[in-house]
Design a protein around this ligand. Structure first.
Ligand SMILES: Cc1ncc(COP(=O)(O)O)c(C=O)c1O
Length: 477
């Protein structure tokens, strides 16, 4: 049962019961009171609104008489499911609008959206068990705000994992948990404003638009730095005069190249020379399919000039909203000095505790191993199907790691046409032009294909549909 909070005007001249009736009717028509909602009892609503029971009863009788609610014996009044035809025209249009939208998205059978993950392999049972433990009454301590930087136990687990898997050298005190990389970069942006590194931010071009926007909103002037086959062009970075660079060295987003060791060392030299800051976003380092892993920049940095970021959005679920940031000593001191500890932690302590137990009990390592195989197989299916059907008519880019590839299509279509013709075959692929700060430089005939959320069967069928859209149909025309 719900509560109804309505402002009744005793001065208006309109009877109170009528005002209440009008209010509830509008709530039903506007969809705010959904079908099957039980109205409050006469007694409780009268008490809640400080009006007589008679007034509520009259309003309810009117709603009953007009068919907005129905009475169920010994239970109460329920909002009925209004048939579309019986609604006023504006409401019909709203509902039809919704229907059309639903129809449109259900018309897409194969959605190659980057960012979707394989939720079917999420270890629900283990997670549920550990979540239950976190919610146990003897964990009453978890019911308060907690450490602004995040649960110390979780930070310790992440620090251990990062040291083992990425060579990251940090103490839990240098680490901050937050609800996503974007949120953490917002905090970092404000911190950097007080760190005398200027307001010029160098970024890979193309690069992740989701963070470019964050930096721009925080007043940074963005310098797009072109890429070479092995990553960021360091000469251009020097020329930009920027003293901060955001980058994705272990799996460049979106092109997917991995920066080799010698170039990493040159980049660290740049940071030491310029007293600069490198922001290393290691967003999907768990999924490397080819070659041996190269240590993170942070692990190679002897001058403490690297901020290291990672997320659980790829390997667990994006809906968990848990990411972490490792700060150099100087920035962690600034964080304390400038009262950033007054910012409360954004991730639920229960989720943090569950994740801590998940890592402590060995589920995390096992899950990564499992997911690496799951995604490797999906990627193999995608690449083999593309090669088999489209061969030299496409170029596959960025297949060494991660949950997406880029596809350059040699059929004369531009990005918009590639997307539109794919949709005609019920497949969705995604634009890449938005990853360029300078759109005019964007590749013209390329799309992004994420494969994390699709089954192997759907990937196979999806690629067949793309082949029809881009090649077969054109031959028929
Ligand atoms: C380069 C890069 N960094 C970070 C993220 C997002 O991380 P989070 O979900 O923790 O905000 C993404 C997500 O797609 C990404 O592509």
């Amino acid at each position: 049962m719900i509560d109804l909070t309505v402002l009744l005007n005793r001065e208006s001249g309109e009877a109170l019961y009528s005002q209440l009736y009008q209010y509830i009717k509008q709530e039903i028509l506007g969809g705010k009171l959904a079908a099957e909602t039980r109205l409050p009892s006469i007694r409780s609503l009268a008490a809640h609104l400080h009006i007589s029971r008679n007034t509520v009863d009259l309003a309810y009788q009117q709603l009953l008489a007009e068919g907005y609610v129905q009475s169920r014996p010994r239970s109460g009044l329920y909002v009925i499911d209004l048939e579309l035809e019986s609604l006023p025209l504006s409401h019909q249009m709203n509902k039809k609008g919704l229907k059309n939208k639903a129809q449109a998205s259900s018309a897409i059978r194969y959605d190659f959206r980057y960012g979707d993950v394989d939720a079917a392999h999420f270890p629900f049972a283990a997670w549920r068990k550990l979540a239950n433990l976190s919610l146990h009454q003897d964990q009453l301590d978890l019911c308060s705000y907690g450490d602004p930087l995040g649960e110390p136990g979780l930070r310790e687990e992440i620090a251990k994992y990062l040291h083992g898997s990425r060579g990251v050298n940090c103490t839990p005190e240098q680490m901050m948990i937050g609800a996503g990389v974007q949120y953490l970069l917002g905090v970092l942006s404000r911190l950097l404003s007080g760190a005398n590194n200027g307001s010029e931010m160098a970024m890979e071009e193309p690069g992740y638009d989701g963070v470019r926007t964050i930096f721009a909103h925080h007043g940074f002037h963005i310098h797009p730095i072109p890429l070479e086959t092995d990553g960021l062009n360091i000469q251009k970075l020097y020329e930009s005069k920027s003293r901060i660079v955001y980058m994705t060295p272990s799996h460049q987003f979106p092109y997917g190249m991995v920066m080799p060791l010698p170039k990493r060392m040159q980049l660290l030299k740049w940071a030491a020379d310029q007293i600069g800051i490198i922001i290393e976003d290691d967003y999907d380092s768990e999924f490397r399919y080819v070659g041996k892993p190269i240590p993170s920049l942070q692990s190679l940095d002897t001058h403490d000039r690297t901020v290291y970021l990672g997320t659980f959005s790829k390997c667990l679920l994006p809906s968990l909203r848990i990411a972490y940031m490792v700060l150099p000593q100087k920035l962690i001191e600034l964080h304390a000095e400038q009262d950033y500890r007054l910012y409360d932690q954004t991730v639920s302590r229960f989720h943090q505790k569950t994740l801590e137990l998940f890592m402590k009990n060995g589920h995390w390592e096992a899950h990564i191993r499992r997911m690496r195989n799951v995604y490797r197989e999906k990627q193999f299916t995608l690449i083999s199907m593309l090669q088999q059907l489209m061969g030299a008519q496409v170029t596959i880019i960025g297949q060494d790691a991660g949950l997406h590839i880029l596809l350059r299509v040699h059929n004369g279509m531009d990005e918009q046409q590639l997307i539109a013709t794919a949709e005609e075959e019920s497949v969705r692929v995604y634009p890449v032009s938005l990853f360029w700060a300078q759109r005019a430089d964007a590749e013209k005939s390329m799309v992004q294909i994420g494969f994390g959320g699709l089954s192997k069967e759907d990937i196979t069928e999806g690629v067949r549909a793309l082949y029809r859209a881009w090649f077969e149909k054109r031959r028929d025309e």
